[in-house]
Design a protein around this ligand. Structure first.
Ligand code: NAG
Ligand code: NAG
Length: 151
């Protein structure tokens, strides 16, 4: 019977620790929770998220970052940039009409237009090209690199 309070304490400690580690900010925490609910890992959102707006009926969303953000995507070290404003439409396991995220490949920038999730993998759509990566590579929210404000 003594095990129960200990278990509760452990769970509480874990929750508190996760909050402290992964969420500097309640806006980010809330956005992470929404993303997970739609079947996507939290690592798709840069940590400098300032505000977001989601219409739960239509799935239309707007993300506002405090600045542009450059991130090196974990699997193959693709360089991605997020504009200060990112828009799109999210439904379960699918983000479409994405605007504001670019990726550098084959010596030029491409717009990531959509992202699909099947639980195991994320598939990024760049025009007619798609590329899949394991979702677990995106389990952590990524900090923006440097603090260059443009280009
Ligand atoms: C945290 O959220 C507030 C709004 O609640 C926002 O103004 C602020 O810029 C956010 N902090 C960061 C680091 O994005
Ligand atoms: C949300 O989307 C629905 C369906 O497109 C629309 O009717 C409604 O006005 C939207 N709500 C807001 C707050 O924009």
């Amino acid at each position: 019977m003594a095990a129960k309070p200990l278990l509760i304490f452990t769970i509480t400690a874990c929750i508190l620790r996760n909050v402290a580690v992964s969420s500097p900010n309640s806006t980010l925490t809330a956005a992470h929770a929404e993303l997970l609910e739609y079947g996507f890992p939290v690592g798709l959102l840069p940590a400098n998220l300032q505000a977001y707006d989601l219409n739960r009926t239509s799935g239309d969303f707007v993300l506002k970052l405090d600045d542009t953000c450059r991130i090196t995507l974990p699997p193959d070290n693709y360089l991605a940039t997020y504009s200060k404003k990112v828009t799109g439409k999210i439904v379960e396991n699918r983000i479409a009409g994405l605007d504001g995220i670019g990726v550098r490949a084959f010596f030029r920038w491409w717009r990531i237009s959509g992202i699909r999730s099947n639980g195991q993998d994320l598939t990024f759509e760049v025009g007619y090209i798609t590329k899949s990566f394991p979702s677990k590579d995106f389990d952590e929210s990524l900090e923006c690199e440097g603090k260059r404000s443009s280009s």
